[in-house]
Design a protein around this ligand. Structure first.
Ligand code: FAD
Length: 449
């Protein structure tokens, strides 16, 4: 008897954001339909998990409870309390690791501590990992003689009002079927070129499985085994790419490893010296960043892709995050909160790792003094400007030569492309050279301390 308990109060200050709630609604709807096809149904409740589960067990006569563990600190606390209460209530309890390939608590260095650098972590447990094949989907599920009461999914009010989700609806198919299709498409069309294409936001070069993985619609084990199976096929010419992809999937393991061992890092820097970093409070610039109106085309394209589809390409996530933290000197926590609310794949471990990596304040992070230049990043990874044209249509007629630095384009070129800087498209909100110098001075100040 599958049960979903919606329990925002148990999410430890990280209640699923607006885009994630949209995904969750549709994911649960798809799950309920899949279960009905197997002769079962999804029981939906809202409230305190222990009370709800005990009530469900009492009214249905259930004698045991099973679940896959989640590894966010609040989920670990909640699981432990639920387990304790159910055992005391006379139920049997069994839980499993279906969400990760490794157990964050079990992988340790030879000294018995957590890993802080990705490559040794990968070498120790990723490189030779054989997670075994996933179990097949059951053909039927036995139904209990007494079904407990269930709320409607609509009553959870996960969908936003008014509805601003048309861009997400066009981009995604939440649920198991959408996840399987996405994996299949990726294996067929992009895996063999992943190494070359996954850094190119203008191409469909990555798997786009992040939200499906986050919501447990597909397991990392299933993805891992499917990729390895492709690698073993005769004539498969993308072994290097497939290896690169497995390594990328393993960053998710590393993220959970770090969050497990350093649970405070969702809100505080791992490296202590960053606690006194002189962040600026600048609401106007933060708003310009959130709305994709910074005047830097690659940044604006990414922020608008995020706002419209709930997702952003990984390379562009790094560029926009660096822009916020270094060019604007606004704290990574402000950026992480915005991503939390707007990403369909918002994930506490991955988001924390991504922001601390960019901010230079986490484990195995990019050094703070390495400041991304948004113009050269755009020119390198979106060389024809196609990605920018897709998301910043007001620059659509600019030639590639100027599309990543429109403020430098000759007047005649701007006129021909119908671009008026400051009117049809904003001028840059900072001078990158000066902003870089300011960021380095701020960094030097905490190093001196
Ligand atoms: C500032 C910042 C914030 C981020 N926030 C999130 C987030 O909230 N949720 C999230 O899932 N990812 C996050 N990422 C990581 C990464 O950008 C996304 O996982 C990736 O873009 C998802 O697209 P994909 O599925 O096509 O990735 P692929 O390239 O196809 O990778 C496959 C899977 O591997 C995992 N993965 C890939 N790269 C990373 C990484 N760097 N760290 C951890 N796992 C990774 C993801 O589960 C991903 O779905 C963030 C990165 C940055 C720089």
């Amino acid at each position: 008897m599958p049960v979903y308990v919606c329990a925002p109060a148990a999410e430890g200050g990280w209640v699923t954001g607006a885009a994630g709630r949209w995904w969750l609604h549709h994911s649960l709807t798809a799950l309920a339909k899949d279960l009905e096809r197997l002769g079962s149904r999804l029981i939906v409740r809202r409230g305190e998990p222990i009370a709800e589960l005990l009530a469900v067990a009492r009214s249905s006569g259930a004698v045991a409870a099973f679940w896959n563990r989640c590894y966010e600190p609040s989920a670990v606390r909640c699981d432990a309390a639920v387990e304790d209460a159910l055992l005391r209530g006379g139920l049997r309890v069994q839980n499993f690791n279906g969400n990760l390939l490794t157990d964050p608590a079990e992988v340790l260095t030879q000294q018995g501590g957590p890993y802080r650098v990705y490559t040794p972590f990968w070498r120790a447990c990723g490189q030779t990992l054989d997670p075994g094949s996933p179990l097949p989907v059951p053909r039927t599920l036995p139904a209990p003689s007494r079904w407990p009461a269930s709320q409607s999914l609509d009553s959870l009010r996960l969908l936003p009002e008014p509805d601003w989700t048309s861009g997400m609806r066009a981009a995604w198919v939440p649920g198991r079927e959408g996840a399987s299709q996405q994996l299949e498409d990726f294996l067929e069309s992009a895996l063999a070129r992943y190494d070359e294409d996954h850094n190119r936001p203008d191409r469909r070069g990555s798997s786009r499985l992040s939200a499906h993985l986050h919501f447990g619609e597909i397991s990392p084990r299933e993805v891992w085994v499917a990729v390895r199976e492709r690698m073993g096929r005769r004539g498969f010419a993308g072994a290097k790419s497939a290896e690169a992809y497995l390594k990328e999937i393993f960053w998710r393991e590393f993220a959970y490893h770090l969050l497990h061992h350093f649970p405070h890092t969702a809100t505080a820097p791992l490296r202590n010296e960053f606690r006194s970093f002189p962040w600026r409070s600048d609401t106007r610039s933060l708003k310009a960043w959130q709305r994709g109106e910074t005047g830097f085309p690659i940044v604006d394209a990414g922020m608008r892709e995020l706002w419209t589809t709930g997702w952003m390409h990984n390379r562009v996530r790094m560029v926009v995050a660096s822009f916020l933290v270094k060019d604007l000197l606004i704290s990574w926590q402000d950026g992480a909160r915005w991503f939390w609310d707007t990403l369909v794949d918002a994930d506490l471990a991955n988001n924390t790792l991504g922001w601390q990596w960019t901010g230079g304040c986490g484990a195995d992070a990019a050094p703070y003094f390495r400041v991304f230049n948004p113009v050269s990043q755009g020119e390198r990874f979106d060389p024809d400007g196609e990605y920018v044209r897709r998301w910043v249509p007001e620059l659509g007629k600019l030639p590639a030569e100027w599309i990543h630095k429109p403020w430098e384009a000759p007047v005649a070129v701007l006129r021909k492309a119908d671009v008026r800087i400051g009117q049809t498209y904003p001028g840059p909100i900072v001078d990158h050279g000066q902003a870089r110098a300011r960021a380095l001075a701020a960094y030097a100040s905490i190093r001196r301390r």
